[in-house]
Design a protein. Structure first.
Length: 52
């Protein structure tokens, strides 16, 4: 019988913030920037521009 871990850390998706390249700015501020861009409509503008 195979045992599986159900610990959430085993199922990470994407890249941890600390692994972002330096040219993206401080990894500590990345989540805040993404929330800000979502709130101010930046992602909607990017999505619209890419569809053209």
């Amino acid at each position: 019988m195979r045992q599986c871990s159900l610990w959430p850390a085993d199922y990470r998706a994407g890249t941890p913030w600390m692994d972002l390249p330096e040219h993206f700015g401080s990894w500590k501020g990345a989540p805040n920037r993404l929330r800000k861009w979502t709130a101010d409509g930046t992602w909607e503008k990017v999505s619209t521009a890419r569809k053209r």
